[in-house]
Design a protein around this ligand. Structure first.
Ligand code: NAD
Length: 373
């Protein structure tokens, strides 16, 4: 089948949906790869590298001509969407949660849209799970960003001039991003604590050498959904959690927040008052910034300073590691590709496969995803 890769047009988007490595694999599987010129520039992948492995580079129009499938990092803008061939399959991180208007726009344009965020969390789909591949990098990068903003060192250092204390880092939300943040902060020498509302996180946090701090009541024991995500917690739980966080956070130097509930605004875990209780020079990196942030003071794409505490709200942390983020995302797409073709490599999405069922927003001009009808 013909696969088109677009240059991402969204402000600040540095990633690309194919790499020379993924193109090589797709071509070996018999597919024809058309890439918009310059698509990989911001991820350190110039056109020449794609050409060297057999991709055809061209204008947007040439790239889209006859495309059966379009692989994208983010939802193309309306102007680009209007140029997609009718009936083609669009796969990308389409931010589908609750966005009925966007789903209708895909349907009206005759595009069969598949959202990577809706990849079911089953073992067979793990290699296609873009939320995991990108969150992992976001967790790493958040700690690196924190280390840049923080005016002190992370590890304890004993020198002839005296001893520097290790930084105290607190990671809120110990899912994919949080666990990587814990591992990274530990590697840098910080003393790490972490919290989550899912009991399964407790052992994972401990296995990384960090201390688990949480309100472990009856609600905590039942906080994980069948899909592996967290539930939105009750007001009562939130109050108990806030009390615990308030006393703990005042002693921390670096806080990385990652708490998310799929399709909901990020839970507010750090209030203005809690920030005011922190030491000057402390740093909060809020990975949940694109979903409104876990800290009341977070502003997307800004580093806010409040009473000497810096609160960083990078909204595209994976994009700050564009080459690796693109590589992992492109591999997610390579792993999904067999579910879009028949035995002869022709376009034929496996519409009845539970992975494709979970991801499909629109088909044949209709919105088909239950949550978006
Ligand atoms: P996520 O990005 O939706 O949320 C991040 C973390 O925030 C989660 O651990 C969540 O429990 C936590 N959180 C939510 N509300 C909170 C609150 N009020 N206070 C503190 N923490 C809060 O989650 P995720 O990182 O995508 O993954 C969640 C789980 O799913 C992980 O355990 C992961 O290992 C698992 N997973 C399974 C598969 C699979 O295929 N089986 C794939 C990926 C992830």
């Amino acid at each position: 089948m013909k696969i088109a890769i677009l240059k991402e047009r969204r402000d600040g988007e540095t990633r690309v949906a194919a790499t020379p490595e993924s193109v090589k694999k797709l071509i070996a599987a018999g597919h024809d790869i058309q890439i918009e010129k310059g698509a990989g520039d911001t991820a350190s992948m110039p056109d020449s590298l794609y050409e060297a492995v057999g991709a055809k580079m061209g204008t947007l129009a040439a790239t889209l001509k006859g495309a059966d499938v379009v692989y994208a990092v983010r939802t193309p803008d309306a102007e680009t969407l209007a140029k997609l061939p009718k009936g083609c399959v669009l796969v990308g991180q389409l931010e589908p949660h609750g966005d009925k208007a966007q789903a209708k726009a895909f349907a009206d344009a005759g595009i069969d849209a598949l959202a990577m965020e809706f990849t079911p969390r089953i073992t067979r789909a793990q290699a296609m799970d873009a939320l995991s591949s990108q969150s992992n990098l976001a967790g790493y990068r958040a700690v690196i960003e924190a280390s840049q903003i923080y005016h002190r060192a992370f590890p304890m250092m004993m020198t002839a001039a005296g001893t520097i204390a290790a930084a105290k880092a607190f990671v809120m939300g110990a899912g994919v991003a949080g666990l990587q943040a814990i591992a990274t902060a530990r590697r840098l020498g910080a003393v790490v604590t972490a919290t989550d509302v899912r009991p399964a996180a407790k052992e994972q946090v401990a296995s990384l050498g960090a201390k688990f701090v949480a309100v472990e009541d009856e609600e905590f024991k039942a906080a994980e959904t069948a899909g592996g995500y967290a539930k939105e917690m009750s007001k009562e739980y939130q109050a108990k959690q806030a009390e615990l966080v308030a006393s703990h956070i005042a002693k921390q130097d670096v806080v990385v927040t990652t708490a998310l509930i799929p399709g909901r605004p990020a839970p507010k875990l750090i209030t203005k008052a809690m920030v005011e209780a922190m030491k000057p020079g402390s740093v909060i990196v809020d990975i949940a910034a694109p979903m409104g942030g876990n800290c009341e003071l977070t502003r997307a794409d800004e580093i806010v300073e409040h009473n000497g505490v810096s609160i960083a709200g990078f909204s595209n942390l994976p994009g700050r590691l564009a080459a690796d983020a693109s590589s992992l995302y492109a591999r997610n797409l390579v792993n999904l590709t067999p579910l879009l073709v028949d035995d002869d490599g022709k376009i034929a999405p496996h519409w009845d496969d539970e992975i494709i069922v979970g991801m499909t927003l629109t088909r044949d001009g209709k919105v088909v995803h239950e949550t978006l009808k």
